[in-house]
Design a binder for this molecule. Structure first.
Ligand code: SF4
Ligand code: SF4
Length: 440
């Protein structure tokens, strides 16, 4: 049997916990009475509101834009009235500027018609991607129109779509690959045209055989302009991180502190490819997304299509309420996600999952001293030295951690996962990043 693709160094095999939701089709959540739209949902400058209080707006209307600097516009997920322009609880920061929209239940839903895109040039396609408010919705939130314009001195020859979905619990991309396979492949072809290249690989972990089959069917046949190939990956965390995925599929190693374009590759998430399809083919802006809601602490786990701005409390009500023993709510997966403490937090464009975890689903043992076992070094996919970073941070010497790779760390949590002393190695790295000097 052909060996499955993977990255060569480190990695871990945490329990997958995907059975709760992997068989559940994408369910459209009814729109709640009110949405809270955070103005800064992407990397870059936050949007400035383009609407005023009490203004009536239609579904898909522009409500925020970035006039200066890096960013993408923000759109209304439904028709409604601007109730307030103020602040919202934010998933990471304490609060953030936002627009509160009261939903107009009388308004008819917009019908989006398919439009031809094949005759548009790359610049026009990029404009549609920007105008649709598209960002990397797999997690990072970087504006996609910028990522699809790599620097002229780094010619790109390969597009990789990330369908690995290696984080435990999360099945949103899995379901999207089953239910939107044709749209994802068409999104890939649009990206190929923008980049002026012909080769796309879609990497999917081997624990999603139905998605591999569906995507393989959707990708056939290849044309002279676009070859889209499905590449089966070994199940190993963090298989879906950019550098590891590139190395698994192309064998190319992205140098330290460099971007994927340095080795001729652009990586996009499969969900972002679907969003690009929506923006270019349907002219539908990004204002809804599929998220996984799972964990023993929620009444009914699901893969939900929700409007951006839907608050956690509305999701909880829709899915049967919180369950006894709930201990932690996590935005994202258990490895790279972050705990939130309020049900007022709204879903943003980068939310991929919300986990309601009970006491028996999380590890609450206190951490102890490093026993210098070296397991964290073996687990790190970047070949870094998390042990040393942790020891220096504890000793108040964060500023000397750069040689141990602190700025190359993408906080995957593999080191902390294997540490027998339960040391908070990712938190140590975050602290070190604040004080260490970034290499020029
Ligand atoms: S969190 Fe950072 S140091 Fe730890 S394994 Fe991941 S990349 Fe390596
Ligand atoms: S795994 Fe934990 S205990 Fe072992 S060397 Fe790394 S930090 Fe120390």
């Amino acid at each position: 049997m052909k060996s499955l693709l993977t990255f060569p160094k480190g990695g871990i095999h945490p329990p997958e916990f995907k059975t709760q939701t992997q068989g559940l089709g994408i369910e459209i959540m009814p729109v709640p009475d009110e949405l809270e739209l955070i103005l800064g949902q992407h990397i870059g400058a936050p949007c400035q509101p383009t609407v005023g209080k009490r203004e009536e707006i239609g579904e898909g209307a522009l409500i925020g834009e970035v006039k200066k600097g890096l960013g993408v516009p923000l759109h209304a997920p439904v028709a409604g009235k601007i109730k307030d322009i103020g602040n919202s609880v934010h998933p990471v920061r304490v609060s953030a500027p936002s627009i509160t929209l009261t939903v107009n239940r009388e308004a008819a839903a917009v019908r989006y018609e398919r439009q031809a895109w094949q005759n548009l040039d790359a610049a026009e396609l990029l404009t549609r991607v920007h105008d649709g408010g598209i960002i990397g919705i797999g997690g990072a939130g970087f504006p996609t129109h910028v990522k699809l314009k790599p620097p002229a001195n780094s010619p790109v020859d390969t597009l990789i779509l990330n369908g690995a979905e290696c984080e435990p619990y999360i099945t949103a991309d899995h379901r999207a690959m089953l239910e939107y396979s044709a749209e994802i492949v068409e999104g890939a072809k649009i990206i190929l045209k923008i980049l002026g290249i012909k080769e796309c690989h879609i990497g999917i972990e081997n624990n999603k055989p139905d998605a591999i089959l569906a995507m393989t069917k959707a990708a056939e046949p290849s044309s002279p302009d676009a070859s889209v190939k499905i590449r089966t990956l070994q199940v190993k965390y963090p298989q879906g991180s950019e550098k590891q995925l590139i190395q698994a599929i192309t064998g190319r190693k992205v140098p330290a502190m460099a971007l994927p374009s340095a080795v001729g590759v652009v990586v996009q998430n499969v969900a972002t490819a679907k969003a690009i399809y929506d923006a270019v083919v349907l002219r539908k802006p990004l204002y809804e997304k599929v998220i996984t809601v799972a964990g023993k602490g929620i009444g009914r786990p699901a893969n939900l299509l929700v409007k951006i701005g839907t608050k956690l409390k509305d999701i909880v009500d829709y899915l049967g309420g919180l369950q006894p023993g709930l201990s932690k709510i996590v935005f994202g997966g258990p490895m790279m996600g972050f705990a939130v403490s309020s049900l007022e937090v709204p879903v943003t464009k980068t939310t991929s999952a919300v986990l309601f975890l009970t006491k028996d689903e999380i590890d609450t043992k206190p951490h102890s001293q490093c026993i210098r076992c070296g397991w964290c070094l073996d687990a790190c996919p970047m070949g870094l030295e998390p042990k040393e970073i942790g020891l220096h941070v504890e000793a108040g010497r964060s500023e000397v951690t750069e040689p141990f790779g602190v700025f190359e760390c993408f906080e995957c949590g593999s080191c902390a996962y294997v540490c027998p002393a339960k040391r908070p190695l990712v938190q140590f790295v975050r602290l070190a990043k604040m004080k260490a000097k970034r290499p020029q």
